[in-house]
Ligand binder design. Sequence first.
Ligand code: UDP
Ligand code: MG
Length: 337
Amino acid sequence: MSSVRQTLAVVVPAYNEAAVLPEFNARLLAVFAQLDVDACVLYVDDGSRDETWDTITTLARDDTRVAALKLSRNFGKEAALSAGLDQVDADAVLVIDADLQDPPELLPQFIEKWREGYDVVYGKRLERDGETWLKRATAAAFYRVMQRLSSTAIPPDTGDFRLMSRRALEALRGLRERQRFMKGIFAWVGFPQVALPYRRDPRHAGVSKFNYWKLWNFALEGITSFSTAPLRVATYVGLATALVAFGFGLWIVAKTLLWGNPVAGYPSLMTVILFLGGMQLMALGVIGEYLGRLYMEAKARPLYLLDSFHPASGTVPQATAPWQAHVPDVIAAEATR
Ligand code: UDP
Ligand code: MG
C-alpha cells in the first residue's frame, strides 16, 4: 500500500430535503471519522423549492469536507446524480440518497469490498420497510420484465446506493445519453461488481418524490433505454394475425363453395376491423415511444445546467475540468488501477 491516503467522494442528490440534511450530514461525517481514507461529500441541490440550498451552503461553510452544487432548476434525480459525478475526482465515489433510507453507516463495508478489488459495490435491499405491498409487487414485476427484455443484466432490488472505483466512474461519465436510466447505465459499464445486502430504512423526514405515475414512466424509460424488444412485438403479432387471417380466408372460400353464401358476417367483419385497428394503433404507439426518445437524443441538450458550485475547501481535490463535454477516454481508464 502506498503512503498517500486514498480519496473518497460521496455524491448526494437532494430535492426539497432541508428537513433531513443536517441529520444526514452529521451521521455521514461521523462515519468519515472512522475511515482511513480522505473523504468529502458533494451535495447536489436539484432545484429545490425549500431551504435545501441554504442548508447545504451552511453545512459547506461549517466543514471543509463538504461541497455544494446547485442546478439551475429541477432536472430530476438522474441528472442531479450525473452532475455530481461529473464534478468529483476521487479514487472511489459513493452515491447515496439524502433521506437516510440508505444508512451511511454501511460506508466502511462498501470500502472493504472495494479494497477486495471490486469496481462496483451496489447496495441490495433486503427488506423494504415503510413501502406498501403494491410498490413492492410492482417493483418485483418490473425487474422480472427487464430481465427478460434486456441483454444488460440489471440486478433486482438495487437502487443508486453504490460505490464505484475511479475507472468505473470514468467509464460511466462517457455515457452521455439523455434518457438516463441509471440502474441500467451502472450495470452496462460492467467491471467486477458485487452486491452488499442491506436493510432499507423508512424515510427519516419529508416525502418521497416518486409517485406511481412517475414510477410507471421510469419503468418505460428503463425498458426503452435498454431493449428494443417492444419494437419487434408488432412484427410477430402481425405475422400471427396474417396466418390466422389466411386460414380464415380459406375457410370462407370453402364454406361458400360448399354451402353458398347467405350474406352474414357483419359482426365478424367489425371484430376483425376493430381488432386490427387496435393492434395498429398500439404498434404505432410503441414506435412513437422510441421515436420520441430518438428526438430527445438528437437535440443533444446538456444533461443539466449549473447555477453555482462551492467546492470543498478541504484537502480532497476536486475536478477542475469544466462540467460540460467531460468525456474521458475509457480505454485509458483501464490503466489507472
Ligand atoms: N431527488 C432529486 N431530484 C428529484 C427527486 C429526488 O435529487 O427530482 C433525490 C431526493 O432528494 C433523494 C433521492 O433523490 O435524495 C431519492 O428520492 P426519494 O427518497 O424521494 O425516492 P424514493 O426513495 O422514494 O425512491
Ligand atoms: Mg427515499
